[in-house]
Design a protein around this ligand. Structure first.
Ligand code: SAH
Length: 222
């Protein structure tokens, strides 16, 4: 019961913040499908034991290894920007806790998620399996390179900040597809970008909101 109350509070806070950021994002509210997914996925399973009391708090939380589970409002916004449908195939870079992955799996047909840190990749994989999400495939690799074997994707989401938009990701996006990515300095100014690929392969980019993400890291050259 306590959890349900906290989850309802979280949804109300997301709605409020959507209203407050409307002039940046263009959304006064998020779609019922996105809000249902946010209501359905049990966030407490994705938050470390010692932070359970903050599981439904509308802010980022540490998940160890210097990484964070993103703020619920940001998860909802990025999901909204992807404009997913029941036939969408989505690529996610930065599995982290697996929370955003679970949200995507409620709205898309198939989700492919890449995480660079092995311990996080393994925990998220086991967790998503235990929770019964059947349309998710995960991989431990450098997501800068995307996941070419399953390309092209209807939507691509990056949940770590890159200094620029990785070219492999725009290549792996379908014409008509959408890429949502924070771009900017590792610990400085970052903008959440929505990149839309036109039917001729042209790319249109829109700055959506100033944000603060952990940096996209690269695997060391051998
Ligand atoms: N969506 C996640 C966000 C985790 S933070 C959540 O809400 O839990 C960003 C994640 O991106 C971290 O787990 C980090 O290890 C991962 N990451 C950073 N650089 C990466 C890269 N090049 N490829 C794949 N994952 C990367």
């Amino acid at each position: 019961m306590k959890t349900r109350h906290a989850a309802e509070q979280m949804l109300a806070t997301i709605e409020q913040e959507a209203g407050e950021t409307r002039s940046y994002t263009g959304y006064a509210r998020f779609s019922p499908a996105v809000m249902s997914a946010m209501a359905e996925v049990p966030r407490e399973y994705f938050v470390p034991d010692e932070l359970q009391h903050l599981a439904y708090y509308n802010g980022p939380l540490s998940i160890g290894h210097g990484q964070t589970i993103s703020q619920p409002y940001i998860v909802a916004l990025m999901t909204e920007l992807l404009a997913l449908g029941p036939n969408s195939r989505v690529l996610e870079i930065g599995t982290g806790s697996g929370y955003q992955t679970a949200i995507l799996s409620r709205l898309a047909k198939q989700v492919y998620s890449v995480e660079i840190l092995e311990p996080l990749a393994q925990i998220a994989r086991e967790r998503l399996q235990q929770l019964g999400y059947g349309n998710i495939e995960t991989r431990c690799a450098d997501g800068y390179l995307g996941w070419p074997e399953h390309a092209p994707y209807d939507a691509i989401i990056v949940t770590a900040a890159a200094p620029h938009v990785p070219e492999p990701l725009t290549v792996q996006l379908k014409p008509g597809g959408r890429l949502v990515i924070p771009v900017g300095n590792a610990f400085g100014r970052q903008e959440l970008l929505l990149i839309e690929k036109g039917n001729q392969g042209d790319l249109q980019r829109r700055e959506v909101l100033p944000v603060a993400f952990v940096p996209l890291t690269r695997s060391r050259p051998r």
